[in-house]
Design a protein around this ligand. Structure first.
Ligand SMILES: *Cc1c(COP(=O)(O)O)cnc(C)c1O
Length: 428
């Protein structure tokens, strides 16, 4: 459920009419709803109410890469969430947004020594390490600082997640995690390293999962591994089950499993594990808490269907070109009439296509449209291709709204490049 609804024929974010934001900030612009974010946190927490997770309860570490805006992270910090970060930059953002270091998990296959040092200085909850060479490097860094790094190995359970290949991470040929069959040896090696404190097991098999079967299979393997590790003398106190729960993008497709069903499955599979559970949801928290608001530049006749050319492009919202992702596209002031059209951006790439042969609200030049469910992996992936400035972002709360990332002036983009002296002299 989200808080983007029609009121008196005009699409609103909570109590704010989207045309008011478009007029004040211009388009394209991302608009996020605080009430929707908070609702998703509450639903996710409620879904985990019955899991066994020790005295502190589960740690819900929001996957920062889904939406790293500082105002969004601060909203989540206010709701008690921690963070799953995959770079030093994300770690600094999470801290800047007020997320406790003690609630931060650091994931990723390529952590550098500098990033490890930064995370150790700040005292994060756990490093999810993905290989033995990484374990060795982390141990060395920690020893040099007189510390022990709290670690879990991310294991690759070799399950097929059944999602898009580019967001599937738990197959044996994917780059992520330690192969399940190598895990016992990796833990033995890590336990012998002086700079590591082995505490857990982690898994994350992919994103936009629309069936609980693969997650259940992966978690069952984690359960078996925890028992094997304990039998071998390791003290396992945490189990990180990753993120990946899908959200509905296309209303004509079956709805992905709801958090409640996920929570019930987790409660069943993890009963008796005697660990603190960690979760790393991203998309399910922020996905439909955001829309990309855009204006129609013109409608160009096509041989069969017209092209609706909007002022948002693949640089603002990459998911359709990157993952063939489907976003609902709506008129902000629909009159009930429908048309079939191709929706494209202005960028000089055929891949700059949001939808083909889409049955959608009738729109004409200057009308506003929204790309729904754009709060996750939207603004965070924006870039400046075709010298288009980074997309601004707005956060709504009730009848209030604020710019939480301003529109980058194109001059700032140009000034980012500097000339070498030999060209500058020639131009002087
Ligand atoms: C991307 C990612 C997540 C979040 O995935 P969602 O599908 O957005 O829930 C969680 N954990 C790790 C390690 C990730 O890479």
């Amino acid at each position: 459920m989200d808080h983007f609804t029609l009121k008196h024929g005009v699409l609103h974010a909570e109590d704010v009419a989207l045309p008011a934001i478009a007029e004040a900030v211009g388009t394209p612009v991302y608009v996020y709803s605080t009430a929707t974010i908070e609702r998703h946190v509450a639903v996710f927490k409620a879904a985990l109410a019955n899991v066994e997770s020790g005295p502190h309860g589960p740690l819900i570490a929001f996957a920062v890469k889904a939406n790293p805006n500082r105002a969004v992270l601060a909203t989540l910090a206010g709701a008690g969430l921690g963070a799953d970060v995959v770079s030093g930059g994300e770690l600094l953002r999470a801290l800047a947004a007020g997320i406790d270091a003690g609630k931060i998990v650091f994931s990723g296959v390529g952590k550098t020594a500098t990033e490890m040092r930064l995370a150790l200085e700040n005292g994060i909850f756990q490093f999810n390490i993905e290989s033995e060479p990484e374990a060795e490097m982390l141990s060395e860094v920690a020893v040099a600082m007189g510390l022990r790094a709290p670690v879990a190995f991310r294991v690759n359970p070799n399950v097929v997640a059944g999602t898009h290949a580019k967001i599937s991470t738990g197959g044996s040929e994917d780059k992520f995690g330690v192969a399940y069959d190598r895990a016992m040896a990796a833990y033995a090696r890590a336990a012998a390293l002086p700079g590591l404190a082995v505490q857990g097991v982690a898994v994350h098999i992919g994103s936009q999962l629309t069936d609980l079967g693969p997650s259940r299979a992966a978690f069952e393997r984690v359960g078996t591994l925890i028992a094997d590790l304990r039998a071998a003398g390791h003290r396992i106190t945490t189990a990180d089950l990753g993120g990946g729960l899908g959200v509905p993008y296309d209303p004509t497709k079956p709805i992905p499993p709801l958090p409640d069903a996920y929570g019930a499955m987790v409660a069943e599979v993890t009963a008796g594990w005697n660990v603190r559970l960690v979760f790393e949801p991203g998309r399910v928290i922020v996905g439909n808490a955001g829309v990309l608001l855009s204006q129609v530049i013109r409608v160009k006749p096509g041989v069969t269907d017209p092209f609706v050319i909007v002022d948002a492009a693949m640089n603002d919202l990459m998911r359709p070109s990157l993952y063939d992702a489907w976003h609902d596209i709506r008129s902000v002031t629909p009159n009930g009439d429908k048309m079939t059209a191709n929706i494209v951006g202005p960028i000089c790439e055929s891949g700059d296509t949001f939808a083909k042969k889409r049955q959608m609200d009738v729109v004409k030049a200057d009308d506003l449209v929204t790309f729904m469910t754009a709060g996750a992996y939207g603004a965070t992936m924006a870039n400046t291709y075709n010298s288009r400035a980074l997309t601004p972002e707005v956060l709504v709360s009730g009848n209030k709204w604020a710019i939480v990332r301003g529109r980058q002036p194109i001059e700032a983009l140009i000034a980012g490049d500097t000339l070498p002296p030999w060209i500058e002299e020639e131009q002087a």
